[in-house]
Design a protein around this ligand. Sequence first.
Ligand code: ATP
Length: 850
Amino acid sequence: MDKMKNTYEVLRECKVNVATGLSAYEAAKRLRQNGTNELESKKKPTMVQLFIEQLLEPMVLILLAASVLSLFMKEYLDVAMIVAVVIVNALIGVIQEYKAEQAMEALQELTRPKAFVKRDGLIHEVEARELVVGDIVLLEAGNRVPADLRLIESRNLKVEESLLTGESEAVEKSHEWYCEKPVELQEQKNMVFMSTFVTYGSALGVVVACGMDSEVGKVAAILRDTKEEKTPLQKRLAQLSKLLGIGALAICLLMFLVGVLRKAELLDMLMLSISLAVAAIPEGLPAVVTIVLALGMQRMSRHHAIVRKLHAVETLGSVSVICSDKTGTLTQNQMRVEETYCASAFGSTSTHLLLGLALCNEVHIQDEQLIGEPTETALVEYARSKGYDKRSLSKMYTLVDTIAFDSARKMMTSVYRHQGEIISFTKGAVEQILKRCTHIEKENGIVSLQEMDRKQIMQAMETMGKQAYRTIAVAMKKDGQMPEQHMIFIGLVAMIDPPRKEAKEAIALCHKAGISVRMITGDHPLTALAIARKLKIAEKEEEVCSGSMLDEMNDAAFAQQIDRFRVFARVTPAHKVRIVEQLQKRGEVVAMSGDGVNDAPSVKKADIGIAMGKGSDVCKQASDLILSDDNFSLIVRAVEEGRTIYANICKAVLYLLSCNLGEIMALFLSVLLMPRGTAVLCAIQILWVNMVTDALPALALGVDPLDRFVMEEAPRHPKESLFAHGGGLFTVLNGMLIGTMTLVAFRYGMNRSLLCAQTMAFMVLSISQLFHAMNLTSFTHSIWEVGIAKNRWLLLTVCFGIALQVCTVLIPALRMLLKTVLLEMNEWIVVMLASLLVIAVNEISKWAAR
Ligand code: ATP
């Protein structure tokens, strides 16, 4: 009951000195003793459990049951072979699932939360899971609370605790609150709890409970709820595979009946039908999708884009509008002061301007290094270069209060005590500052601010804006009254923030890919337009919409004009939500970037919410994608990856389905047409084909490298079927082609013997499927154009599969097991020609389509 003790007691109990924090040694000791500060997640299935799950698939069970029948018939070799194939297939399944699981876990590692902690008297950033009871933790707006903390200091602290209380409104917290008797969680104002978010203010607290001892740790339901929901594509494919599975089962049953009617061997027919069902039911489809998505996520994380939710990978591929921040994302965020304006003159500075720049900010100085936001460090650096060093000034000026910057107010204030008097400096967007000024500092002293002065200042700012400068106005107040009102205007500073070169290229790529790019910024319209011009986002003034214009338009008027606006300037976080909403109403799939605490709603609202790695935890929590480097080109790269991943899933699915169709067709037709229902393949051969041609090539297609043609197409509609753009016809025709060629080879082999015919059919069915996988590297471009070795994995699986296939006739033991015979030269030639036909036909049709 830490909240009922006073702070002193709590600190004593935690055995920590608040001035220095724990020592690194003590922290390490406590970590060893009590374990990491983590919430336990669900137990994961072990490899063995996964393996058993694979064996318990209904069709596999039926197959195993049927092979018991073969045992009675003393077909021992058959049984051994069936069991071996089933085991190999199950192993492939286990490895697939395990890989997918591992990939997901690796991603979780990347998004591990961090915390600022005081140890040995210094502030360190550590992983939140390394916190121990007694650690002194610093919190500021935007942070995720890393453990249960008792507050020691707090300043205007507000915390959003919806995870624990269900209340989405942030609540005020204070170290000063104290209560004698135990109260409900919601009432404990001197405590902040793990996994909640600081939305305003700052604080210092001591860790009183970690991991499973924390309040969230006690709410088991929260932990259970963290399971990932299936993505739309996963759901669709699960449905599809169920449907196709029923279809395949029906055909197998029909085949069995036809076979029996045509007087085929009962047991042979039974084994054949069941094996075909095992081979043709696409039960592996959802697993392939999951693993492709997960591997795609991993690949993206290597390119500094961490996908937080699996479904985002799919959505990324259909993004049609990217709304991007300006500062840092489209520009380099390497600010430098280029120009100043004081007392009606460009290039002049005043003592108060430099004092304001040095003192009004949240920059920390550690070992001569300036730590803070680039806008602010540039200003502090500039003041320092003019002899106004923040550190030395701090000895004479004592900080009393700060009103933090937020992108809705667009200004901030620091209040100091100097020689017994209160002085405050405010800096921010020119309009915001000017609105609150009644006086101005000129060469001859402080005079009242005239309309003329206002005009001059606005003109000066426009001159700066047109040169793409970011402008900041500085004001002060000396009378100790309410800051930010009736202030004295001091001057302007202009900073240069050059656009990123790679952003320009990425924007050009977006235009080619049918994606529209909108700049959304808190900066002035003129500055925004100047940068937008350099990046080729916008050219004309009509393409710029300012926050005030937005306020004047109702939704209908805005909807009408939204298409023309490429740049939204001087907008607040609330405007951002409106922009996303209107774009979505037009059917756009919107990606929106953000970093501040207030950006969370728009980031959440967007189809793809993008948070910056350096941004607030609140925003990250609401996002689908986190960029570790806030560079616009990474967003485009992620879209490109998203498109590739979707295309790969499409390839894998169409491949599997056309192959299964080929298998079903060849077998069904042969049972229907051949004397006594003779099948083109025997049961074991079917299982073998399934093993060689199914999972591995499909997975290899799933990891097809980035497709250079993928950004030449318009964005995909999010509800588009996998069989769109002729995908369905492609599957059916190729399935029929593979099936027909198998029958043709069988017919040719019959010239010698049934065994030879089955061997030839076995070869063609398998090899043509492997060749067909090569067709799928591109739906539009020739294999040679794409490059035969572009996908190493695919080439490897195809070569390996063919080699394995050839072994089945060359190695006597396999020949016996798989009931094949040695082929003669002319038969080999027929096998190869029949298998290659599937490539030839596809190449011709791609060529004709172009
Ligand atoms: P974006 O990253 O969205 O493009 P931005 O950085 O341009 O946005 P904000 O950070 O909201 O937008 O800044 C808007 C305006 O507020 C700036 O043009 C500047 O005048 C002012 N401003 C920015 N940072 C500070 C700060 N640290 N202190 C005071 N004023 C600031």
